[in-house]
Design a protein around this ligand. Structure first.
Ligand SMILES: N[C@H](CCC[C@H](N)C(=O)O)C(=O)O
Length: 280
């Protein structure tokens, strides 16, 4: 199976071009095997780029544990870069079909003619608790107490197509991300599990963020998580409608100008291509 390894600020996936390739295994099994950093290709999951009747291409995303997610912010920028650079559709504005509908992306090419940065209209955040989905009260659920083990934390929940639970913290420690993250992910308040964001507000326009992702563990960055965090920052009065989000792998610019659609701008990078041999 031919594949391309790409990342958006260190959030790395194995990309397969279904315009040209057939999958040798069912996608969830393939995601688990290729994501393994010792025995596979290595990545946070698997992303399929295929034909769409509603856009220039369709993205399907699987976490490292094989579960499918509705959306991936860093992934959709990479899919657009792939579609643009490989000539599937070389247009300054692309439409990519995802689990949360068809998104519009603006491409910024460098001097090589290849796409370097991408601005994505991520759509309107979903703020009704039943739709996020979470059992926590409030539409939207802002600053809600959540009992995790012997701790009670205060969380704000947002869906960007996929579910997020944002905790604002004074200091970003492993105890939060690696200790609480896995417990929040599978907490009974989240019937479809959840991505867990831990955010330190540096100023009204700057946030430091680490994310424990549903199905993949801590990643270098999470695009939908950065969007959900800015929305949570606005809803809880902590930030302005635009902020620079610093993640371990790099920075994303997030805007929620009129509290309708969220815009995310950041880089997308192709690292290498290869051929993977299924073990028999
Ligand atoms: N890293 C991705 C999100 C993956 C979300 C996935 N872990 C889920 O189960 O929803 C991003 O850049 O948005």
């Amino acid at each position: 199976m031919r594949f391309t390894k790409m990342h958006g600020i260190g959030n790395d996936y194995v990309y397969v071009n279904l315009f040209a390739e057939k999958l040798p295994l069912a996608a969830p099994d393939l995601a688990r095997i290729v994501s393994n950093r010792y025995k596979g290709i290595g990545g946070d999951g698997l992303i399929l780029i295929g034909p769409s009747e509603r856009g220039d291409a369709r993205m399907q995303m699987f976490n490292a544990d094989g579960s499918e997610s509705e959306m991936c912010g860093n992934g959709v920028r990479c899919v657009a870069k792939y579609v643009y650079d490989h000539g599937i559709a070389k247009k300054p504005e692309l439409r990519i079909e995802t689990g949360r509908g068809v998104l519009t992306l603006q491409m910024f090419a460098g001097s090589s003619g290849k796409a370097e940065r991408v601005r994505v209209n991520m759509g309107t955040p979903i703020l009704k608790s039943a739709d996020i989905p979470t059992a926590l009260p409030g539409d939207p659920p802002v600053n809600q107490p959540l009992v995790v083990g012997d701790k009670t934390i205060s969380v704000t929940c947002v869906s960007m197509g996929n579910p997020h639970c944002v905790t604002f913290v004074d200091e970003l420690t492993d105890a939060w991300v690696l200790g609480l993250g896995p417990q929040v992910e599978v907490h009974a308040a989240f019937p479809r599990r959840v991505n867990a964001e831990f955010a330190q507000v540096l100023s009204r326009t700057e946030i430091q963020l680490r994310v424990w992702e549903r199905g993949s563990g801590e990643t270098q960055a999470c695009g939908t998580g950065a969007c959900a965090t800015l929305v949570a920052g606005v809803l809880s009065g902590r930030t302005d409608h635009q902020a620079l989000i610093h993640l371990p792998g790099g920075d994303l610019e997030i805007e929620w100008p009129d509290e309708k659609e969220v815009f995310m701008t950041g880089p997308a990078t192709e690292v290498f291509t290869g051929e993977w041999f299924p073990e028999v």
